[in-house]
Design a protein around this ligand. Structure first.
Ligand SMILES: [Zn+2]
Ligand SMILES: [Zn+2]
Length: 243
Protein backbone atom coordinates (compact mmCIF):
# COMPACT_ATOMS: atom_id res chain seq x y z
CA UNK A 1 0.00 0.00 0.00
CA UNK A 2 1.33 3.45 -0.91
CA UNK A 3 2.21 5.97 1.74
CA UNK A 4 -0.52 8.29 0.53
CA UNK A 5 -3.13 5.54 0.82
CA UNK A 6 -1.99 4.66 4.30
CA UNK A 7 -2.27 8.27 5.33
CA UNK A 8 -5.73 8.58 3.83
CA UNK A 9 -6.71 5.35 5.52
CA UNK A 10 -5.42 6.62 8.84
CA UNK A 11 -7.40 9.79 8.37
CA UNK A 12 -10.51 7.98 7.28
CA UNK A 13 -12.85 8.27 10.14
CA UNK A 14 -16.11 7.20 8.48
CA UNK A 15 -15.92 3.65 9.76
CA UNK A 16 -13.82 4.69 12.72
CA UNK A 17 -12.01 2.40 15.09
CA UNK A 18 -14.59 2.52 17.84
CA UNK A 19 -18.30 2.46 18.56
CA UNK A 20 -19.11 5.89 20.00
CA UNK A 21 -17.21 9.16 19.65
CA UNK A 22 -18.12 12.15 21.84
CA UNK A 23 -17.81 15.32 19.74
CA UNK A 24 -19.01 17.77 22.38
CA UNK A 25 -21.89 18.82 24.57
CA UNK A 26 -24.73 21.24 24.00
CA UNK A 27 -27.47 22.89 25.97
CA UNK A 28 -30.58 21.32 24.49
CA UNK A 29 -33.15 23.04 26.71
CA UNK A 30 -34.60 25.09 23.84
CA UNK A 31 -34.97 22.05 21.63
CA UNK A 32 -36.48 20.13 24.51
CA UNK A 33 -39.03 22.90 25.13
CA UNK A 34 -40.06 22.75 21.46
CA UNK A 35 -40.26 18.96 21.49
CA UNK A 36 -42.49 19.16 24.54
CA UNK A 37 -44.90 21.30 22.52
CA UNK A 38 -45.34 18.56 19.92
CA UNK A 39 -48.58 16.62 19.97
CA UNK A 40 -49.00 12.90 19.17
CA UNK A 41 -50.39 14.04 15.79
CA UNK A 42 -47.09 15.71 14.93
CA UNK A 43 -45.27 12.45 15.58
CA UNK A 44 -47.56 10.24 13.52
CA UNK A 45 -47.83 12.60 10.54
CA UNK A 46 -44.87 11.05 8.73
CA UNK A 47 -45.01 7.27 8.89
CA UNK A 48 -42.58 6.67 6.07
CA UNK A 49 -39.57 5.73 8.19
CA UNK A 50 -41.33 3.14 10.33
CA UNK A 51 -43.27 1.73 7.38
CA UNK A 52 -40.16 1.28 5.29
CA UNK A 53 -38.01 -0.28 7.95
CA UNK A 54 -39.34 -2.82 10.38
CA UNK A 55 -36.53 -2.12 12.86
CA UNK A 56 -38.15 1.28 13.35
CA UNK A 57 -41.59 -0.09 14.26
CA UNK A 58 -41.43 1.47 17.75
CA UNK A 59 -40.28 4.87 16.51
CA UNK A 60 -41.82 8.00 15.06
CA UNK A 61 -39.80 10.67 13.36
CA UNK A 62 -40.10 14.29 12.39
CA UNK A 63 -37.89 15.11 9.46
CA UNK A 64 -36.24 18.52 9.29
CA UNK A 65 -33.92 17.71 6.41
CA UNK A 66 -34.29 14.43 4.54
CA UNK A 67 -35.22 12.64 1.34
CA UNK A 68 -36.82 9.24 1.06
CA UNK A 69 -34.39 8.35 -1.73
CA UNK A 70 -31.41 8.86 0.64
CA UNK A 71 -29.69 11.16 -1.83
CA UNK A 72 -26.19 12.29 -0.95
CA UNK A 73 -26.38 15.93 -2.01
CA UNK A 74 -28.91 18.76 -2.34
CA UNK A 75 -31.12 17.64 0.54
CA UNK A 76 -34.72 18.79 0.95
CA UNK A 77 -35.61 21.05 3.86
CA UNK A 78 -39.00 20.33 5.42
CA UNK A 79 -41.42 22.67 7.27
CA UNK A 80 -40.36 21.37 10.71
CA UNK A 81 -36.96 22.99 10.09
CA UNK A 82 -38.64 26.37 10.53
CA UNK A 83 -39.75 25.38 14.00
CA UNK A 84 -36.42 23.88 15.10
CA UNK A 85 -33.87 25.69 12.90
CA UNK A 86 -32.85 28.36 15.38
CA UNK A 87 -32.65 25.97 18.31
CA UNK A 88 -30.50 23.43 16.47
CA UNK A 89 -28.17 25.89 14.75
CA UNK A 90 -25.53 26.06 17.56
CA UNK A 91 -25.27 22.25 17.45
CA UNK A 92 -24.99 22.26 13.69
CA UNK A 93 -22.18 24.85 13.92
CA UNK A 94 -20.35 22.73 16.45
CA UNK A 95 -20.64 19.67 14.20
CA UNK A 96 -19.47 21.66 11.16
CA UNK A 97 -16.46 23.00 13.08
CA UNK A 98 -15.59 19.55 14.27
CA UNK A 99 -15.49 17.95 10.82
CA UNK A 100 -14.01 21.02 9.10
CA UNK A 101 -11.08 20.78 11.48
CA UNK A 102 -10.31 17.11 11.03
CA UNK A 103 -7.44 16.56 8.62
CA UNK A 104 -9.69 14.66 6.21
CA UNK A 105 -12.20 17.52 6.42
CA UNK A 106 -9.52 20.10 5.62
CA UNK A 107 -8.03 18.08 2.78
CA UNK A 108 -11.39 17.36 1.17
CA UNK A 109 -12.74 20.92 1.57
CA UNK A 110 -9.86 22.24 -0.55
CA UNK A 111 -10.77 19.91 -3.39
CA UNK A 112 -14.50 19.33 -3.10
CA UNK A 113 -15.96 22.13 -1.00
CA UNK A 114 -17.43 22.42 2.46
CA UNK A 115 -19.13 19.69 4.40
CA UNK A 116 -22.89 19.74 4.85
CA UNK A 117 -25.78 18.21 6.72
CA UNK A 118 -27.57 15.74 4.45
CA UNK A 119 -30.20 14.68 6.99
CA UNK A 120 -31.59 15.98 10.29
CA UNK A 121 -34.40 14.13 12.05
CA UNK A 122 -36.01 14.01 15.45
CA UNK A 123 -36.68 10.41 16.35
CA UNK A 124 -38.94 9.34 19.18
CA UNK A 125 -38.72 5.85 20.64
CA UNK A 126 -41.80 4.61 22.49
CA UNK A 127 -41.71 3.77 26.20
CA UNK A 128 -40.54 0.12 26.41
CA UNK A 129 -39.75 0.35 22.69
CA UNK A 130 -36.84 -1.27 20.89
CA UNK A 131 -34.86 -0.79 17.74
CA UNK A 132 -33.62 -4.22 16.69
CA UNK A 133 -29.96 -4.78 15.80
CA UNK A 134 -29.18 -3.57 12.29
CA UNK A 135 -26.48 -1.97 10.17
CA UNK A 136 -27.09 1.07 7.99
CA UNK A 137 -26.87 -0.13 4.44
CA UNK A 138 -27.08 2.37 1.65
CA UNK A 139 -24.60 4.59 -0.15
CA UNK A 140 -25.41 7.79 1.70
CA UNK A 141 -25.47 6.22 5.16
CA UNK A 142 -22.18 4.46 4.44
CA UNK A 143 -20.60 7.75 3.33
CA UNK A 144 -21.78 10.12 6.05
CA UNK A 145 -21.13 10.58 9.75
CA UNK A 146 -24.12 9.76 11.94
CA UNK A 147 -24.47 11.93 15.02
CA UNK A 148 -26.96 11.44 17.85
CA UNK A 149 -27.94 14.09 20.41
CA UNK A 150 -30.27 12.89 23.17
CA UNK A 151 -32.97 15.50 23.83
CA UNK A 152 -35.21 13.51 26.16
CA UNK A 153 -33.75 10.40 27.73
CA UNK A 154 -33.12 8.57 30.98
CA UNK A 155 -30.71 5.95 32.36
CA UNK A 156 -32.95 3.09 31.26
CA UNK A 157 -32.36 3.84 27.58
CA UNK A 158 -29.56 1.59 26.33
CA UNK A 159 -27.76 2.15 23.07
CA UNK A 160 -25.60 -0.70 21.82
CA UNK A 161 -23.04 -0.28 19.03
CA UNK A 162 -20.83 -3.27 18.26
CA UNK A 163 -20.14 -4.94 21.60
CA UNK A 164 -20.56 -1.80 23.68
CA UNK A 165 -23.69 -0.54 25.47
CA UNK A 166 -24.01 3.02 26.72
CA UNK A 167 -26.60 5.34 28.21
CA UNK A 168 -26.09 8.52 26.22
CA UNK A 169 -26.70 11.65 28.27
CA UNK A 170 -28.94 14.55 27.36
CA UNK A 171 -27.01 17.08 25.28
CA UNK A 172 -24.09 14.82 24.40
CA UNK A 173 -23.16 15.08 20.73
CA UNK A 174 -22.07 11.58 19.80
CA UNK A 175 -21.02 10.10 16.50
CA UNK A 176 -21.90 6.45 16.31
CA UNK A 177 -20.20 3.94 14.05
CA UNK A 178 -23.29 3.02 12.03
CA UNK A 179 -21.34 0.49 9.95
CA UNK A 180 -21.30 -1.71 13.03
CA UNK A 181 -24.42 -3.45 14.20
CA UNK A 182 -26.42 -1.18 16.50
CA UNK A 183 -29.60 -1.43 18.54
CA UNK A 184 -31.54 0.51 21.17
CA UNK A 185 -33.65 -0.64 24.12
CA UNK A 186 -35.85 1.75 26.04
CA UNK A 187 -36.49 -0.16 29.24
CA UNK A 188 -38.22 2.82 30.82
CA UNK A 189 -41.82 3.96 30.87
CA UNK A 190 -40.85 7.28 29.31
CA UNK A 191 -40.28 8.33 25.74
CA UNK A 192 -36.81 8.83 24.29
CA UNK A 193 -36.21 11.59 21.74
CA UNK A 194 -32.94 11.99 19.84
CA UNK A 195 -31.91 14.56 17.28
CA UNK A 196 -29.97 12.72 14.57
CA UNK A 197 -27.74 14.36 11.96
CA UNK A 198 -25.92 12.84 9.00
CA UNK A 199 -22.89 14.90 8.03
CA UNK A 200 -21.13 14.64 4.68
CA UNK A 201 -17.52 15.54 3.98
CA UNK A 202 -17.64 15.69 0.17
CA UNK A 203 -15.08 13.37 -1.42
CA UNK A 204 -14.37 11.45 1.78
CA UNK A 205 -13.72 7.82 0.90
CA UNK A 206 -15.60 5.08 2.71
CA UNK A 207 -13.52 2.54 4.61
CA UNK A 208 -13.62 0.00 1.79
CA UNK A 209 -12.64 2.50 -0.94
CA UNK A 210 -8.92 1.93 -0.53
CA UNK A 211 -9.12 -1.82 -0.84
CA UNK A 212 -11.74 -1.87 -3.64
CA UNK A 213 -11.06 1.18 -5.81
CA UNK A 214 -7.96 2.94 -4.65
CA UNK A 215 -7.64 5.41 -7.51
CA UNK A 216 -11.29 6.25 -8.04
CA UNK A 217 -13.62 8.31 -5.92
CA UNK A 218 -16.58 6.68 -4.23
CA UNK A 219 -19.84 6.59 -6.13
CA UNK A 220 -23.02 4.54 -5.71
CA UNK A 221 -22.05 2.07 -8.43
CA UNK A 222 -18.46 1.48 -7.33
CA UNK A 223 -19.48 1.19 -3.68
CA UNK A 224 -22.71 -0.75 -4.14
CA UNK A 225 -21.47 -4.10 -2.85
CA UNK A 226 -19.72 -2.62 0.15
CA UNK A 227 -22.47 -0.10 1.01
CA UNK A 228 -25.03 -2.90 1.01
CA UNK A 229 -22.53 -5.16 2.79
CA UNK A 230 -22.91 -7.85 0.16
CA UNK A 231 -19.20 -8.30 0.68
CA UNK A 232 -17.91 -8.10 4.21
CA UNK A 233 -15.80 -5.09 5.15
CA UNK A 234 -12.26 -6.29 5.76
CA UNK A 235 -10.85 -2.86 6.54
CA UNK A 236 -10.82 -3.25 10.28
CA UNK A 237 -7.73 -5.35 10.94
CA UNK A 238 -5.72 -2.98 8.70
CA UNK A 239 -7.22 0.08 10.29
CA UNK A 240 -6.54 -1.14 13.81
CA UNK A 241 -2.93 -2.10 13.12
CA UNK A 242 -1.97 1.43 12.12
CA UNK A 243 -3.53 3.26 15.04
ZN1 LIG B 1 -14.51 -1.33 4.82
ZN1 LIG C 1 -17.33 4.33 -0.95
Amino acid sequence: MSKRSEEVLKENRLNFDGNFKLLGRADVSKIKALVNQLTPQHWVADQSRQERYNVHKDTQSIGLVYDLDFRHMNPTQHPALQMFGQAISPILSLIADHYDNTSIGKAMAEKYGQGYCIRANLVRLNPKGEIDPHQDKNFSLAHSHRIHIPIITNPQVKFTVGDETRCLQEGEIVEINNRREHAVKNESGGERVHLIFDWVIPGEPCCCALSKHQEEMCNPTLCEDTSLMRVPCECYPINSSIQ
